[in-house]
Ligand binder design. Structure first.
Ligand SMILES: Nc1ncnc2c1ncn2[C@@H]1O[C@H](COP(=O)(O)OP(=O)(O)O)[C@@H](O)[C@H]1O
Ligand SMILES: [Mg+2]
Length: 160
């Protein structure tokens, strides 16, 4: 069983979600995988936009719902932004996602739990719960030693 660590990031405002994404963008390295879940409108794409800006992706990052995967070249790292909502696990398997997960860039997967069996063992999971207004409860689980360490670092930040 992989080491794992869970923490809660409470976002009272959209800016608090942006701060989390910016902090994670600082920690990101080639092969980083962020698995996002949460209902429609929770903020998965909003988080992704802030993360993309954080790694120096120029211009606008939009929801990849219809394109499934979009690639961006950030100043620091490439970004592979996926939305697997419309895919079956078998269709996702045929895309050969490991080329992204274990590639040179960072992968963000929206609706990641739909393809859980295909995700790498080590990853950072973020579940965004919509509490009403701008309030969100973001449950962050670091699976594998490096991501567990990230969680401990996040825990130490006073983000409010
Ligand atoms: N705390 C917050 N975190 C993220 N998004 C927020 C927050 N508060 C308000 N929003 C708004 O909620 C919406 C989230 O939409 P989006 O990111 O597309 O959701 P998803 O990708 O999860 O379906 C955006 O319009 C965003 O501006
Ligand atoms: Mg989205």
């Amino acid at each position: 069983m992989n080491e794992s660590y869970e923490m809660i990031w409470t976002a009272e405002t959209e800016e608090d979600t942006v701060r989390l994404a910016e902090k994670l963008a600082e920690l990101a390295v080639p092969g980083t995988v962020l698995a996002l879940d949460g209902d429609l409108g929770a903020g998965k794409t909003r988080f992704s936009k802030a993360f993309a800006a954080g790694i120096g992706v120029p211009g606008v990052v939009n929801s990849p719902t219809f394109t499934i995967i979009k690639e961006y070249q950030g100043a620091q790292l490439p970004l592979y932004h996926m939305d697997v909502y419309r895919l079956s696990e078998q269709e996702a398997d045929e895309l050969g996602l490991d080329d992204y997960f274990f590639g040179e860039g960072v992968t963000i997967v929206e609706w990641a739990s739909l393809i859980e069996a295909l995700l790498p063992a080590d990853r950072l999971q973020l579940y965004i719960a919509h509490l009403g207004g701008e309030a969100r409860r973001i449950t962050i689980t670091g699976i594998g030693a490096p991501y567990a360490a990230w969680c401990q670092q996040l825990q130490a930040i006073d983000h409010r």
